[in-house]
Structure formats: C-alpha cells, structure tokens
Write a protein that binds this ligand. Structure first.
Ligand code: G3I
Length: 346
C-alpha cells in the first residue's frame, strides 16, 4: 500500500491529526487517519466542559472510545487540554456563597487532573497541560485561573499532571509564538519550570497560519529558541488558512497584531485563485522544510483537522464560506498537499 505521511517522516517526527469523534466512526476518514497519521489529538472531547458537565459527574465514554481506537490502531495519543480559559464547565469558577478561594479552585484543579490523567495513565502519550495562558504582549492572559489562583496555576497544573502519570510527556501549548513578547513570556515560563525542577518536556507551537503569515524564518527562529532551553518542540495544531484570516480567535488582544494581520490579510473577494492548491502545497512544503531542518528537536507535527471542510475556521462568520480542502477534499482523496509532502526531499 502507498506510504502514508507518518511512515514517510517516522525517523524524524510523528505526524498527527486532530479528530472529532465522528471522524473515527466514518470509515472513509478513519482509513485516512489510519494510513497517514501515527498520533491523534481529540479536537473537543477531552476538554473539561465535555468531561465533567456537573461536579463529580464525569462523561468519559467518548474519550474511552477515542483511546481504545487509538490503541487498536497503534496511535500515540495527545490529551488536549487540562487547563484553558475556554471550554470549562459553567460551575467550575462559581461558589454557592462567598467567592471561590484560591485553595478551593486549586483543589478542583488537582481533582480534575488526577482523575483525568490518572484514568488514562500509560495510555495517553502526552498532555497539553496548559493551553494559551499568555497574551501577545507577554502578560498573563486574564482568566479565573490567574485571578483566583495566581500566576503559579501553571506550576501547580504541571505538578498535578506529573503526579498522576509520571511517564506522560507534559506540554505547554499556545498560538502566536512567533511574536517576540509572547515568545519571551513562554521562554520565561519554561525557564521557571525547569529551575524549579517541575517537568515540562515540550512546547506546542499551534501553527494556525495562513499562506503568508508568519514568514517561515520566524518559525525557524522560534523553534531554535525553544529548543535551546532543553525542551522539544511540536507544531501541535497546524493548518494553513486560505480564507480571510483574522476571525475572533486570531484578532489578538492588541492593535499591533490587528494591524499586522490587516496588513498581511489577503482576502479573496470571491472564488479562490485557481492555483490555490499549488499555493497551499508550496506553503506546507516551506513549513515542512523548516521542521526537517529542526528534526533533532521537533518531535511531532499535528494537522488541526483532516480537511478544511470541517475546519474550526469555518465557524467564523465569513462573507462567503468556502470549504477548501486542507489535506483531503470532501471525497477524502489525498490532495496535492499530501502528495507533495510525501515526496519532499530531505
Ligand atoms: O458537538 C457539539 C454539537 O453536538 C452541538 O450541537 C454544537 C452546537 O454548539 O456544538 C458542538 O460542539 C462544538 C465542537 O467544537 C465540535 O467539535 C462546540 O460547540 C465548539 O465550541 C467546539 O469548538 C472547538 C473549539 O476548539 C472550542 O473548544 C473546535 O472544534 C476546535 O477546533 C477548537 O480547537 C482550538 C484548540 O482547542 C486550542 N487552540 C485553538 C483551536 C482552534 O480554536
């Protein structure tokens, strides 16, 4: 059978994909997941809002299925994500009477992490322990985690995760890490964790990019900088948008980013250019060449979705919604992008 992407890069790094539960149940998609990827991240079901709708009332069925399927097909699994400012259950940050104390929220956090990481001990290869904790300006993102516990919620989360599964790899995951001030903040975080002997194995650069943003050189420099700290690097959520870029997710918290994005934004007023697939393939090739150059420190590249047809970006209120194939079109045949990456010269 034709080599899959993961086989092609096996000696360099894992090739992963984000799946939603339906993917695995639809044979077509799952045959593509089986063939091209050796690492799986669940797009939604392992987030706190999906696991513990009511205090103490866990819903693990979907995740148990996901974990069982992954193991059946020899996939490494990524637990996404333990601590985030989004996708939390409504009850988490509230208290009946007085306002929620640091101690109480820390206790809830410890219980969540020990319950979830403990349940999949030895079955989940690595965890996005904390996701998106900084703003583009390098300050801590305002969130109940920061406001109620304080800046050390991150240290505590890593400690709780390590205690629950000492063999699991532990990651900090974020987007916009080519921006200097945000990158500086994550560098400081990694240095702080290491200086305290708190295990962190890798940093996840999400990689929600466009055809032009960011310049590949910036990614190259970011990988070098993180690798120099003694952690591995992953591109944890790679997708390349061919649609008007800045949706709510990417507007960023400050004008500098908005101006940047506005400057590089290249909205397609109507239909996509006819050579858009070749442009995509070129862009993916350019990014993969950077990753191959850093293969000693890159341990995984995960595509955030099998195809743009189901992409999170399609949730944005776009003038014209274009289901554009990212990797595989609606008929789920490998597109130019995959063919190009399969034959990428070393
Ligand atoms: O499955 C339910 C469906 O039953 C329901 O009818 C529908 C109506 O609300 O919601 C569906 O769930 C949606 C889920 O995606 C489906 O997979 C949620 O509303 C929606 O909020 C959720 O969005 C996810 C988003 O994170 C928020 O959790 C996206 O799929 C997922 O791609 C996106 O991924 C994030 C990463 O976790 C972190 N980095 C950024 C990335 C993109 O935003």
């Amino acid at each position: 059978a034709q080599t899959g992407l993961a086989d092609r890069y096996r000696e360099y790094f894992d090739i992963g994909v984000a799946v939603s539960t339906s993917d695995l149940s639809e044979f077509e998609k799952s045959s593509i997941v089986k063939k091209h990827f050796n690492s799986l991240t669940h797009e939604f079901s392992m987030k706190w809002s999906q696991l513990e709708v009511k205090p103490g009332k866990y819903e693990f069925e979907m995740v148990d299925q996901f974990v069982a399927w992954g193991h059946e097909h020899g996939k490494k699994l990524v637990g996404h994500t333990l601590v985030w400012h989004k996708a939390n259950p409504d009850w988490l940050f509230t208290e009946d009477d007085s306002n929620l104390s640091r101690a109480k929220l820390l206790a809830r956090l410890e219980k969540h992490i020990s319950t979830v990481v403990g349940r999949y001990k030895g079955k989940v290869y690595g965890w996005d322990v904390v996701n998106e904790a900084f703003g583009y300006d390098g300050t801590f993102r305002k969130s109940p985690w920061l406001n109620i516990i304080g800046e050390d919620f991150i240290e505590r989360a890593f400690e709780f995760a390590h205690a629950a599964d000492p063999d699991a790899k532990l990651y900090y995951n974020d987007y916009g890490l080519v921006h200097k001030s945000k990158q500086d903040a994550v560098v400081r975080l990694i240095q702080r964790l290491k200086s305290k002997g708190i295990p962190i194995h890798a940093v996840g650069i999400q990689g929600h990019y466009s055809l032009t943003y960011p310049d590949a050189k910036l990614l190259d420099e970011a990988i070098s900088r993180f690798a120099s700290l003694g952690v591995e690097v992953m591109i944890s959520e790679l997708d390349v948008s061919v649609l008007p870029f800045p949706g709510p997710e990417e507007r960023g918290e400050d004008a500098e980013i908005n101006n940047l994005r506005a400057a590089e934004l290249d909205p397609y007023s109507g239909a996509l250019p006819t050579d858009i697939e070749a442009q995509l393939a070129d862009r993916y090739q350019e990014l993969f060449c950077v990753l191959l150059a850093h293969r000693a420190s890159v341990n995984r590249v995960t595509f955030w979705g099998i195809s743009d047809a189901e992409s999170w970006r399609n949730n944005w209120p776009l003038p014209e919604r274009m289901d554009h194939p990212l990797l595989f079109d609606r008929n789920l045949k490998p597109k130019l992008v995959v063919e190009r990456l399969l034959h990428l010269a070393d």
